[in-house]
Design a protein around this ligand. Structure first.
Ligand code: GAR
Length: 189
């Protein structure tokens, strides 16, 4: 059976692109689109180039139930947050139990929570002199970055790594692991 996947993203969209390319020849995957709150996001052009529909939504639509209704009609098997920063409301979780997953660019429970995204995470990791960082792919629940972990992967940091180098190491892990985790999830269903 075809698995329908919907992305939520508000950044550059390199993970979206990497995931789409991973499943390029997979007839069992259908992309429902990329939903974004950020009309300036790089993910928009990237997705359109890949032939994926983009839906830009407002804060109001996100919180008043209209967007949720729209997504329910699309009936996704999986919702993938790939660099999406807004908190997912409990009504979303209730409608899509264990069907919303997120990638976080650190080894949760460290460096999670509100405000911890992108380079803010890597800067905090650097300032604390961590010798390793990594990624956490997890189910989304009512609390930021607190849902059950699906997969974690680590990378060793050098004391000389700057924030950009840490980000690059973590991104490399994301590109390697996120598509495979998605594949495992949709094929076990
Ligand atoms: C990724 O590194 C992802 O882990 C992070 O945003 C980046 C998006 O990059 N997500 C968070 O920080 C969520 N708290 P991309 O737009 O190039 O895929």
């Amino acid at each position: 059976m075809v698995k329908k996947i919907l992305f939520f993203a508000s950044g550059n969209g390199t993970n979206v692109e990497n995931i789409v390319r991973f499943f390029e020849h997979d007839k069992k995957v259908k992309w429902l689109g990329v939903f974004t709150n950020n009309p300036q996001a790089g993910v928009i052009e990237r997705s359109l180039r890949l032939g994926i529909e983009v839906r830009i939504f407002s804060k109001k639509e996100f919180s008043n139930g209209n967007l949720l209704e729209e997504v329910q009609l699309l009936n996704p098997d999986l919702i993938v947050l790939a660099g999406f920063l807004w908190k997912i409301g409990p009504e979303w979780i209730a409608h899509f139990p264990n069907q919303i997953i997120n990638i976080h660019p650190a080894l949760l429970p460290k460096y999670g929570g509100k405000g911890m995204y992108g380079n803010h995470v890597h800067l905090a990791v650097k300032e604390n002199g961590e010798q390793e960082s990594g990624i956490t792919i997890h189910y989304v629940n009512e609390e930021y970055d607190k849902g059950a972990y699906i997969h974690q992967a680590k990378v060793t940091l050098d004391a000389s790594d700057d924030v950009e180098q840490i980000a690059a190491k973590v991104h490399a892990l994301e590109y390697e692991h996120f598509p495979k985790v998605i594949a495992a999830l949709i094929y076990e269903q």
